[in-house]
Design a protein around this ligand. Sequence first.
Ligand code: IPM
Ligand code: MN
Length: 372
Amino acid sequence: MKKKITILPGDGIGPEVVNQGLKVIEAINDLYDHHFELIQADFGAVSIDKHGSPFTDEALSECLSSDAIFLGAIGDPKYDNDPNLPVRPEQGLLKLRKSLELFSNIRPISTYDLLTDVSPLKNSLLKDVDFVIYRELTGGIYFGEKHISTDRTYASDLCEYTDKEISRITYQAFEAAMSRRKKLTLVDKANVLETSRLWRRVVQDISVEYPEVVVDYLFVDNAAMQVVLNPGQFDVILTENMFGDIISDLASVITGSLGMLPSASIGKKTALFEPIHGSYPQAQGLDIANPMAAILSVAMMYEHFGLLQEAEMIKEGIKWALDNQIVTQDLSITKEASSCSKVGDVIAWFIEEEGELKIKNDSTKISLNCII
Ligand code: IPM
Ligand code: MN
């Protein structure tokens, strides 16, 4: 398969974890004979430093002409605490999401047996945790009209949704539920917000087309509690932009490390794949960041292209590294921690070795079948 991918390493540990993802892409493409043209562009604080903008029009046009984007992380502490700065790295991310109409942000949450001791939750709560959050990504309070009075004593952010914006992601979430355990939970604040009541009406209307899916509704404050008290109850969570931002960070700690969680943002054409974690500036250049979320984001990219075997092979590589305790410091309890680049190396190595074996075995099976 031929694809064009734009790589946006970004800030902090972004380039380090992206490099590990690239090793995996190379190993998989060698094995399965895919050809990806990889184009790199500046994004985030590095782009502000170089070009005065977090996401230039040149970078945008590379993205628009790509099949997918692989992003590391953005953010720099020098922008975090000064509300008066006119240009911020996050503006780049919002521009990217809006320009590519990446309306559906998919964040899977699952646990790994080996990591139950690093999770802040009790082991008994971690059994059967396997859910996915569908977060609307191009509407709501993030993109509604913003206002600040000239004397800077009054500010407002408008939360807006149209039924069309809600229904396009709702269909995706129902389709996901159909291929999973057929349960969908809408998280909203319909006891207070008009936009939430619109979400409920649209979801109720669409639910008629999916009679097999059990739908329930949770107010976001209760949902926050439930994600911690009983995370095993969820299958697909569907929610609007801001609630999804908060609930997904909350849910991400269940696994034990933010460094394990990938995400995909799907829109009309080009899709974006990125780890959930931020730029972790304290770790920049130390080669200690966990690259597994970035590598799992690469697996989601192959899944998106319909290359399921390739995605499975990457996930096996992750499991193998976990089983053999080749993990970064956030996950290492017993043995000495491995570096970010070592984890990337061994997963790429596993794919090369194991993949060769698999392909050989499969072809023996095929030839045996032919003989029989
Ligand atoms: C995320 C991030 C972004 C968001 C920030 C960096 C703008 O927190 O992807 O969840 O709020 O959407
Ligand atoms: Mn967030």
